[in-house]
Design a protein around this ligand. Structure first.
Ligand SMILES: [Mg+2]
Length: 428
């Protein structure tokens, strides 16, 4: 089966003003929807990060992939990313030096190719990855400090379903709403938005509201110093399932771990910042800089690579969880397939999915259903979804109209909340 065309369609969907270390979510989130067409008439879909730089990367990559064997993902991967230690001459996309962007491009195409292979063979993607280790995939309630508003702009302003949440009571309210609606059984707070004392109060309020039966995590994206990270780890000892990226960089994380152990605190450190590539795992292991790795098939180079990461985590006794960015249903289904097929993935995965609205979903049948905080891995061929092309066209048009070229949370934060804002690592 040969690839006859690849389309990378930029889209935008409404996103509420969620706070994080880097600033404030803009009124629209950007994504790229990848469609691969084949000479047997089977199309496949993938979804990755958006923005003009991603568009440029796809434009560079696509021409050389036309005519290639849709089942030979390895050849396509090597063409896009190159072998280990290769130089630019072995890769297409010579203008894209950033390996992360290459991995993103490959991931979008790889998911589409697995979708195609699954449809051709009559098998779900999780079967192509080795088979299901579980039937359902757990997700956590992903809480954010949040300003008023539901996202969108001009004649496309959205209702503010969950309301503002700028203090512990607001976050507890948000958690209850998400748990009531989706049935989540664990909770993650995006921190790094307010001074750590305030965020610790929020974690204590969540623990008070939900008790020991609901595991809690906090992720300030490296906004704290080593000293502050240790203080938080000590004060929240016993109520955190894991502490995610408290301090920036491998050595800081290693220092936090060492200090916490000295104080008898065994709360594991998780990361989607210091280990985002296979090449970083050895150093993290040697320095004991993290004990849990957050996978993300978009960043790690696809579903097969994420599955391989699971094996590596088992071998080195790392825990495995999953990171997310603002995304729609294609990404969610890809996450579900790989999580279902990866035995090492024992923590509830992150997802931003509840923050996106039904009218922005681009798969037929609307939003993917959650039950008890989990999504069932579909047994239909491929990803198990069909695309709503009218909605895809509408979100593409909105991308052109919304005027956002690249995600810039810091600029939006300066514009809307604090003109002096700067996203400095270890600021507290
Ligand atoms: Mg994180």
């Amino acid at each position: 089966m040969r690839i006859t065309a690849i389309t990378a369609t930029p889209i935008a969907f409404a996103d509420p003003p969620l706070l994080n270390f880097a600033g404030l979510h803009q009124p629209y989130a950007l994504r790229t929807i990848v469609e691969v067409e084949t000479d047997e008439g089977i199309p496949g879909f993938g979804e990755v990060a958006g923005g003009e730089q991603m568009q440029k990367a796809f434009r560079l990559a696509i021409p050389d992939l036309i005519g290639m064997d849709a089942f030979n993902r390895q050849a396509i991967r090597q063409l896009i990313i190159g072998g280990e230690g290769s130089d630019d001459t072995h890769q297409i996309m010579p203008g894209v030096a950033d390996q992360r962007r290459r991995e993103l491009v490959y991931s979008g195409i790889e998911v589409a190719l697995l979708d195609i292979a699954g449809q051709a063979l009559g098998l779900p993607v999780h079967a192509l990855l080795g088979g299901k280790a579980r039937d359902t995939v757990d997700f956590s309630a992903y809480l954010f400090y949040k300003h008023e508003g539901g996202g969108g702009s001009d004649d496309d302003i959205r209702d503010d379903i969950y309301g503002p949440a700028l203090d512990p009571d607001g976050i507890v309210r948000q958690a209850r709403a998400l748990i009531d609606e989706y049935g989540f059984r664990s909770v993650k707070l995006k921190g790094g938005a307010f001074p750590p004392e305030q965020e610790m109060d929020t974690m204590r309020a969540l623990h008070g509201a939900f008790g020991d039966g609901v595991p809690l995590r906090i992720d300030p994206n490296g906004a704290w110093t080593v000293e502050t990270s240790v203080k938080v780890g000590v004060e929240l000892d016993g109520i955190l399932e894991y502490l995610e990226d408290p301090a920036p960089g491998m050595d800081s994380m290693s220092a936090v771990r060492g200090d916490l152990i000295t104080r008898g605190v065994m709360t594991p450190l998780a990361t989607n910042m210091i280990v985002t590539r296979f090449e970083r795992i050895a150093e993290a292991y040697e320095k004991d800089a993290c004990q849990i790795i957050l996978s993300d098939h978009h960043i790690w180079g696809g579903l097969q690579a994420t599955h391989e990461l699971g094996r590596l985590c088992e071998a080195f006794s790392f825990g495995l969880s999953m990171h997310s960015n603002s995304h729609l249903g294609i990404s969610l289904m890809a996450m579900v397939h790989v999580a279902a097929a990866t035995p090492a993935l024992t923590y509830a995965c992150d997802t931003h999915y509840p923050w996106q609205r039904a009218e922005d979903e681009i798969i037929q049948g609307g939003r993917i259903a959650f039950e008890d905080g989990a999504v069932r891995a579909p047994d239909a061929p491929g990803l198990g979804i069909e695309i709503d092309r009218d909605n895809l066209a509408r979100l593409h048009e909105r991308c052109r109209a919304c005027g956002i070229a690249e995600r810039d949370d810091a600029a939006y934060m300066r514009n809307r909340v604090d003109p002096t804002f700067s996203p400095d690592p270890a600021r507290w």
